[in-house]
Ligand binder design. Sequence first.
Ligand SMILES: [Zn+2]
Length: 79
Amino acid sequence: MGHVQCVRCGQLADEIAVPVWGGKIGEEVKARICGACWAAWTDQQTKVINEYRLNLREAASREMLTREMRKFLSLPASS
Ligand SMILES: [Zn+2]
């Protein structure tokens, strides 16, 4: 199992071992976030979806969830 220098917790830690989001953002997450921090986000993600009543079939909801994820994981916003 590989390791990743995680931007959220600052540790050199085990990489994510579960599937993450697809596409470019998924690759970014895999390269910069450790497994433990990703697990913390998946808990938080459920709370965010419930709190804001997000419907992930809607682009606006997906954008909001992406923003919340970047904030939570200390990933800079994409330009
Ligand atoms: Zn981490």
